[in-house]
Design a protein around this ligand. Structure first.
Ligand code: HEM
Length: 348
């Protein structure tokens, strides 16, 4: 039961905190909150008043939320498809160094090369720095951008068991090819999105277009050879705030809902009998931030205190602006509708 509760909390944090943090956009934010809680709960309740299981069950998944609602496998057994694996290769998010900061001296940074934090280096690092200061460091460091020419250098010359020299940048592309995942244009057609007709459709960056032509194009039809990952990283047009573009988004959003809706533990069996009353309350009352603070109350003395979504940078002072903290703004907007009186709200 404890394992189910933890898994559900991770699923909740992933749905309503992590995904809105990589796609910080007002519509996406309320859409994903509604995915978990349902539009009705999301509109009428706020903060801890929001319960995954509403007092009365609304069968419509948009209104009532996916979790605790009807199981729906859409006619197929659920499993993540290779398309999902391919769009989740987010290795460009990783930085070249881990910037270690200590709570005792928050602005001093010690840069540790990423490779030194892997394999045998990992226990040495946790011993030297400790999980409290490591958590704080992760809260302060930003990830890399999901764009071309930003693949971590250390990952292009990694060593993995069985392979002393391993170029993950090349392997990421190779795997999609050998597993038969369609190239960029075919992938888009299969999603009923328009294919590109020229590299210029992807980006206005002249240098990137030139390089793409150099690598892929001998004849105009060679555009069909453009690899999925290269195409998605090159997409310049992205909805406001999005860390990636629409091709990847289609797969992300479909699976964000499906993995909940097709799992009995988030639908038919999301009840007191399976999770216990305390378990359901635990999931409702917890967030990434409360989990961190439960383990390390000292983090409450840092910039973590200033954010609700712990995936936003743990900033203080001037850095707490709207640009670096869009979700802080959206969370504030999740208030009950002021046009409705308290008695109406309580009766829901
Ligand atoms: C220290 C950090 C990481 C290292 C060393 C690492 C390394 C690797 C390696 C060695 C592979 C297998 C390559 C092969 O097919 O032979 C792989 C696959 C993969 N990685 Fe990472 N990775 C890291 C972080 C991440 C992150 C942060 C994400 C996404 C958020 C990610 C997503 C994936 C995915 C989706 C695959 C393909 C899995 C599959 O084939 O089923 N990785 N990674």
């Amino acid at each position: 039961m404890a394992r189910l509760i933890n898994a559900a909390l991770i699923a909740k944090i992933h749905s309503i905190e992590w995904t809105p943090a990589i796609l910080p956009n007002r519509a996406l934010h309320s859409g994903l909150q509604a995915n978990w809680f349902g539009l009705l709960t999301n509109i009428f309740k706020t903060g801890r008043q929001r319960k995954t299981l509403a007092e009365f069950n609304v069968r419509n998944p948009e209104m009532g939320g996916l979790v605790g609602n009807r199981l729906n496998k859409n006619g197929h057994p659920f499993g993540f498809a290779e398309e999902f694996v391919e769009v989740y290769r987010l290795h460009s998010l990783l930085p070249e160094t881990i910037d270690i900061r200590r709570i005792a001296n928050q602005e001093q940074i010690e840069k540790i090369p990423f490779v030194e934090t892997r394999q045998a280096g990992s226990p040495k690092l946790t011993e030297k720095v400790g999980l409290l200061d490591l958590s704080y460091s992760f809260g302060r460091q930003l990830p890399g951008k999901l764009v071309l020419n930003n693949f971590p250098k250390f990952m292009q010359e990694m060593s993995v068991p069985g392979n002393p020299l391993f170029d993950l940048g090349a392997v990421d592309i190779l795997r999609a090819r050998e597993r038969g995942v369609p190239r960029y244009n075919k992938f888009r057609r299969q999603l009923t999105l328009n294919p590109i007709r020229a590299f210029e459709d992807l980006t206005g960056d002249v240098k990137v277009v030139e390089r793409l032509k150099e690598v892929y194009e001998d004849k105009p039809e060679d555009i069909e050879k453009l690899d999925l990952m290269i195409g998605t990283l090159a997409e310049e047009h992205r909805p406001k705030g999005y860390g990636f573009g629409e091709t990847m988004f289609q797969i992300f959003i479909l699976n964000a809902s499906r993995r909940l809706q097709a799992d009995r533990f988030y639908t038919t069996n999301y009840n007191e009998e399976t999770y216990s009353k305390e378990g359901l309350k635990w999931i409702d009352d917890s967030s990434f931030k409360t989990v961190l603070l439960r383990h390390y109350p000292e983090l409450g003395e840092t910039g973590l205190e200033n954010v609700k979504n712990a995936f936003e940078p743990w900033d203080t002072g001037e850095r707490l602006d709207k640009k670096r903290h869009p979700i802080r703004e959206y969370d504030r907007e999740l208030k009950p509708d002021p046009m409705l009186g308290d008695s109406y709200r309580q009766s829901r």
